[in-house]
Design a protein around this ligand. Sequence first.
Ligand SMILES: [Zn+2]
Length: 304
Amino acid sequence: MATADAEQLPFRIGIDLGGTKTEALLLAPDGAVVLRERWATPLDRGYDAVVATVATAVREVQARVPGGAPCTVGIGIPGSSDARTGLVRNANSTCLIGRPLQDDLERALGRAVALRNDADCFTLAECRQGAGQGYGLVFGVIMGTGGGGGVCIDGVVRQGPHRIAGEWGHLSVDPAGAACYCGNRGCVETKISGSGVEAAFSREYGDRVPMERIVASARAGEPRCCAAFERFLDDFGRCLGGLISILDPDAVVLGGGLSNIPELYTTGIERVRHHAFHDDLRTPILKNRLGDSAGVFGAAWIGI
Ligand SMILES: [Zn+2]
């Protein structure tokens, strides 16, 4: 039912710029999904092609806003734009690094857009309409090929003066650990992301084995995979236990492909309890509810 208030609210366009696909979402003022579409992200054709694809996605969705009503635009990217220079940093889609993506998009579109880290978008979406609903301070964790995090406080994403709030993936927990692309060694991301576990397995045993197979073989009792999976669960406990001791969030929501590993919610939580600085830790550690959709919904909610 449309209320007078809802009629004054804008439509919301969300764009999730991913490594392989760019997804667009249009939300009605009442939050209903009007449309959702995907484009291939032309990373192989470079930065200008990526900007053109995002601009096209926004224009095509904007053209379908009923009656040309006002709309906001939010874009989630795998990285963040520096608070001082506006240049993209820490993007794993490396053609974006050092580029003024927000300026270029605003110029191409002739309007303001909000640009945010995809982990922030994930966390916000889970807080608004997913597993984090009803919790005050939520830490969102992305455990996929890479790793990341976001902090949402009472429904607002905390960015911080350097826009690095939640960048837990690059907390160095092991100075003797693997070199990370950020320049540190033994970052959380090198311990508990899919690529990190696979690289550690390869260093130790000389075989490249996908994370999925490491997990499946560990369940079947294969000794090398058992050892790697045990270490993964213990690293998860140590890294998340330490984080909870710093932030003491009301809830943690896990996202990314690895969040589908059931053992994280049993053995993994036991390990977190062991490592956190409290002997009766009750922090809910929750599986996301929105799956792959969280990024694009979060982008829509951060729009301006
Ligand atoms: Zn790092």
